[in-house]
Design a binder for this molecule. Structure first.
Ligand SMILES: Cc1cc2nc3c(=O)[nH]c(=O)nc-3n(C[C@H](O)[C@H](O)[C@H](O)COP(=O)(O)OP(=O)(O)OC[C@H]3O[C@@H](n4cnc5c(N)ncnc54)[C@H](O)[C@@H]3O)c2cc1C
Length: 402
């Protein structure tokens, strides 16, 4: 089949590769001038299979007033006039029951397990080195024994999906990551997932782009803005861009936060809201870690991405652009205080900000669309890099079965 993939973020690039491998004639359209330039650009670089958990939960509901009143340093939500935000918020609250949390958790772990396996396949297919930057595991620090037990309560469920997580005390955490001996915050232990890893998203996307082009003839058309769809007899026949029309038998929507502008004329807008996050990228410091570390209290991660340290996280809704620099400074101050020698904090900090395309359930929307021949792979929120490989295979299977 002749298939157009709309969007060349991590989701589009993985989708195009999987479709090319399945024997389709694939063209990718993106308005940027290279792959992974928007939300995928300088994200936290985590392949966090073991941490694929929904944001909406009874615990998050309790904290919601604090998020709205600016009392949580890591998560901030400002009210605005957008109906979309209230629609999203109400659906988020509906997802905060224990039953919905459990249902969403199982669905996310299913995708995470599929993505882990799919990534192992990619590892064999891509040139050596692309997927083996830092296979050194992920450690989530906990401050109190209660917190450790509460996070740890999911360990058995995760094991059922083949996602191994160990509960470690403080000494065992330092054995795993000796640089934690210099951590200045409180922690009593952590959860260690040895198979989680770090992957620099731009290098990965470029490697997949190049492998897809060489092996399967996938074509990339950058600087092409997708405008709308052409149909005949209720079926997609082409995509109209600012530079011309591309004919197709099917199209896969991977436009991230741009998806709803495309879906609006089809009257099929999805409940996706952009939630801002930030990252800082520094040269390595004198004592760089090998393991990626998550600090759930401050809501950020430290990842060694080769010759640099990426510090990424925080989550804000409706924050004015003028406040981005302030959030970067908050991230810098907190990181520097907690873990002084891991990064060269005196170097230029390369502040980046991106908007996670979040659904209220945290589950991405991976399914056939409203129109025959149109498929959705959107709404990947906080875990698009982690879930990209599995979701790409799901879409490929759906197209094969159609
Ligand atoms: C601070 C932060 C940290 C994160 N850390 C992690 C992490 O550690 N691990 C993880 O798994 N996930 C992480 N994420 C989430 C992850 O980055 C996203 O889920 C993922 O990037 C979404 O990818 P995407 O391809 O859907 O969107 P994008 O990367 O935004 O790609 C969409 C593409 O569509 C194109 N586009 C949009 N509209 C049009 C149009 N009209 N015409 C043509 N092209 C168009 C854009 O140019 C873009 O290239 C993080 C996100 C943030 C913000």
């Amino acid at each position: 089949m002749k298939i157009l993939v709309l969007g060349a973020g991590v989701i589009g690039v993985n989708t195009a590769y999987a479709l090319g491998r399945a024997g389709h004639e694939v063209t990718v359209l993106d308005k940027a001038d290279a792959a992974a330039q928007i939300t995928s650009y300088a994200n936290g670089a985590q392949l966090a299979y073991s941490y694929a958990e929904p944001f909406a939960s009874p615990g998050a509901l309790k904290k919601l007033p604090g998020y709205l009143m600016g009392k949580d340093a890591g998560i901030g939500m400002q009210l605005n006039k957008s109906l979309d935000f209230y629609k999203w918020g109400l659906a988020f609250i509906r997802n905060c029951t224990r039953a919905r949390e459990t249902e969403n958790l199982h669905a996310m772990l299913t995708l995470a397990a599929k993505s882990f396996v799919a990534m192992q396949e990619l590892k064999k297919e891509l040139p050596k080195g692309v997927l083996s930057q830092n296979p050194s595991g992920k450690l989530i620090l906990t401050r109190t024994e209660d917190e450790l037990q509460s996070y740890g309560s999911l360990t058995n469920i995760k094991e059922d999906y083949g996602l191994g997580v160990q509960m470690l005390d403080k000494t065992a955490c330092i054995d795993v990551e000796p640089m934690l001996a210099h951590w200045q915050g409180d922690f009593c232990g952590g959860l260690y997932a040895k198979d989680d890893s770090v992957l620099e998203p731009v290098a990965f996307s470029k490697a997949l782009q190049s492998a897809g082009t060489k092996k399967f003839g996938v074509t990339y058309k950058f600087n092409h803005e997708v405008l709308h769809m052409q149909m005949n007899g209720g079926k997609v026949t082409g995509i109209v861009t600012d530079t011309g029309v591309f004919a197709c038998d099917a199209a896969v929507l991977c436009l991230g936060n741009g998806a709803n502008a495309f879906l609006k004329p089809l009257k099929d807008k999805q409940n996706i809201y952009p939630m801002q996050g930030y990252s800082l990228t520094f040269p390595l410091g004198a004592k760089p870690p090998q393991t990626s570390i998550t600090d759930p209290k401050n809501k950020f991660v430290f990842a060694n991405i080769g010759d640099k340290i990426r510090i990424a996280g925080l989550l804000d809704a409706n924050l004015p652009d003028a406040e981005i620099a302030k959030r970067g400074q908050h991230l810098l101050r907190t990181a520097r205080k907690l873990w002084p020698d891991v990064a060269d904090y005196g170097a230029p900090m390369n502040l980046w900000s991106g908007r996670r395309p979040m659904t209220p359930s945290s589950l991405p929307i991976v399914r056939p669309g409203k129109v025959d021949g149109l498929y959705y792979n959107i709404g990947h929120g906080s875990l698009g890099l982690t879930l990209a490989a599995g979701c790409a295979e799901l879409i490929t299977d759906m197209i094969a079965e159609s």
